[in-house]
Design a protein around this ligand. Structure first.
Ligand code: ZN
Length: 520
């Protein structure tokens, strides 16, 4: 059994390791070299990502079995996904629709005619002896995704998007006979995936991180996939090479597998780039191979040489008709496309006059963006709503490990609180206290303000009399202020705030104190 403290993404890695471990020859172990920054600066890295995404369908790609995650092993199976002889696949239209939506969101050209192909190889998790995939006629080609790279924006090319089925899952642990047998769970076999093959346009691990972030966001916005990395709905492999800065020719490319969390992606790329530079500096050549990110050891390890690369003997899948996507269906999918993250960010800046940074945070998920817009619709000033959501709300949701959809404070309730602050019914400081109670109890702000007597002291005379009291009680600090110690002013404001329990407007207090101190 695994310890409870193991992170979910480590477990995913564990599964992937097991799947590939039997294919692994004795792993070559290299020690990490320390590359001096001036040496590293002479090289440029070239990275391209291949991302597999599970489509959010209820049923599998070529049969009616459920795709539900976590069901007891081998309960969601039938002759088709078990690969029994004579069983015939039928394409899931919803899978094709979601794949097409993803391709259009990534600005790809969707081919009018594409075709499924058999990718032949033998492995126990592949009962048919081949995987149904797409090869020479993929669903879509030639797209792009924009990322922020340093201070500028950069378009990263997308070579192709194709549909394929997932394999079953081999299990090597957790069974009494695990020392002798491996077990296979076919629930995952035949689950629809798309593979998104990126161009080698990325130049740094940070670029790769930004690309995967934006890709995941686009796929979540369009509801193509839940992109749940813990459940393996989004998996990433990288092709990495290095070349002397200023040269055109690509270096020898190494494929790194098992980059199934954002953290692993960045760490593995950093390690691999340093390893390749170290080898080149030592006068060695880079072998074209597939390597595996070993999270425990914090390094990539040789998995198989490309000399033994599989020849998959692709050929057209005879059991499935070619796929034809006509213009009208494509237009229909395009019309139903939700607003994409980039467009939403630009609109938020223009429509609500908030900063690009704020727009970036608020559009992190479609649900958060919807929440913000609902607060504004309910009457809050956009800039103030943006600030409160980013600070008070997100901090409390984060502490409570809650998603925005589970927020105990509904958008209308937050808008009501913000209106009370804007109309000076309560001070901003009191507003934060009221919000904390709203978050804990779910009560509306008006009720909390009334029951706890928190309305602002708006009458200036009351505030002035409290200010006078504070000055009278602290003659030595008044003397300090007079002799030029400006710092003591904050002390006076603090004392008045304490006396009024935060119910007086800080600006009013400041004005009155300045006036009183000048008079004396
Ligand atoms: Zn099935």
């Amino acid at each position: 059994m695994r310890a409870k403290s193991v992170r979910a993404d480590d477990i995913i890695l564990g599964i992937q390791m097991e799947r590939t471990s039997t294919r692994t020859a004795a792993a070559t172990v290299e020690s990490a070299r320390q590359i001096p920054p001036e040496v590293r600066a002479r090289y440029e890295s070239v990275i391209g990502l291949e991302v597999h995404v599970q489509l959010a369908t209820a049923t599998k790609a070529f049969c009616a079995c459920s795709t539900r995650f976590g069901d007891p092993p081998n309960t969601n199976t039938c002759p088709v996904c078990l690969g029994l002889p004579g069983a015939l696949p039928v394409l899931n239209k919803r899978a094709l629709e979601l794949a097409t939506r993803a391709a259009l969101a990534l600005h790809c050209t969707v081919l009018e005619r594409s075709r499924f192909a058999r990718k032949n190889y033998f492995y126990p998790d592949l009962a048919k002896g081949y995987q149904i995939s797409q090869f020479e006629l993929p669903l879509a080609t030639g797209g792009w995704l924009e990322i922020e790279s340093g201070a500028s924006k950069k378009r990263i090319g997308i070579t192709r998007v194709h549909i394929e089925e997932d394999a079953a899952k081999n299990l090597h642990e957790g069974f009494a006979d695990a020392d002798r047998y491996s077990h296979v769970d076919f629930n995952r076999a035949g689950v629809p995936l798309i593979e998104i093959v990126g161009e080698p346009d990325l130049r740094a691990p940070e670029d790769a991180y930004a690309y995967l972030t934006n890709l995941k966001q686009a796929l979540e916005y369009t509801a193509v996939s839940d992109c749940n990395m813990e459940e393996g709905s989004l998996r990433c492999d990288a092709n990495v090479s290095v070349r002397p800065r200023g040269t055109e020719k690509f270096g020898t490319k190494v494929e790194v597998k098992n980059l199934n969390s954002f953290r692993y992606l960045q760490h593995a790329l950093e390690y691999e780039i340093e390893r390749q530079i170290g080898d080149l500096e030592a006068g060695e050549t880079i072998a074209q191979e597939t390597r595996l990110w070993n999270v425990a050891a914090g390094r990539t390890e040789s998995m198989r040489s490309k000399e033994f690369a599989h020849d998959y003997r692709y050929f057209p899948e005879p059991d499935l008709l070619p796929v034809r996507i006509d213009e009208s269906w494509k237009e229909e999918i395009q019309r139903a496309m939700p607003e994409l993250p980039d467009a939403k960010r630009a609109r938020f800046v223009a429509q609500y006059a908030i900063t690009a940074y704020d727009a970036g945070v608020l559009t992190a998920t479609a649900a958060l963006a919807d929440y913000f817009e609902a607060v504004v619709r309910a009457g809050a000033t956009p800039k103030i709503a943006a600030n409160w959501i980013q600070t008070e709300l997100l901090r409390r949701l984060n502490d409570a490990a809650k998603d925005i959809s589970e927020s105990p404070v509904r958008p209308e309730a937050l808008a009501e609180l913000l209106r009370a602050i804007e109309s000076n019914e309560i001070t901003s400081a009191i507003g934060k206290r009221v919000f904390a109670t709203m978050f804990e109890t779910g009560k509306p702000s008006a009720e909390i303000i009334a029951s706890e007597g928190l309305s602002a002291i708006t009458d200036a005379e009351s505030v002035e009399s409290i200010c006078r009291d504070v000055l009278d009680k602290n003659p030595e600090n008044v003397a300090k202020y007079r002799s030029g110690n400006e710092g003591v002013f904050k002390f006076f404001v603090g004392q008045v705030m304490r006396e009024t329990r935060g119910r007086a407007n800080p600006q009013t207090i400041t004005d009155i104190l300045r006036e009183l101190l000048q008079k004396h």
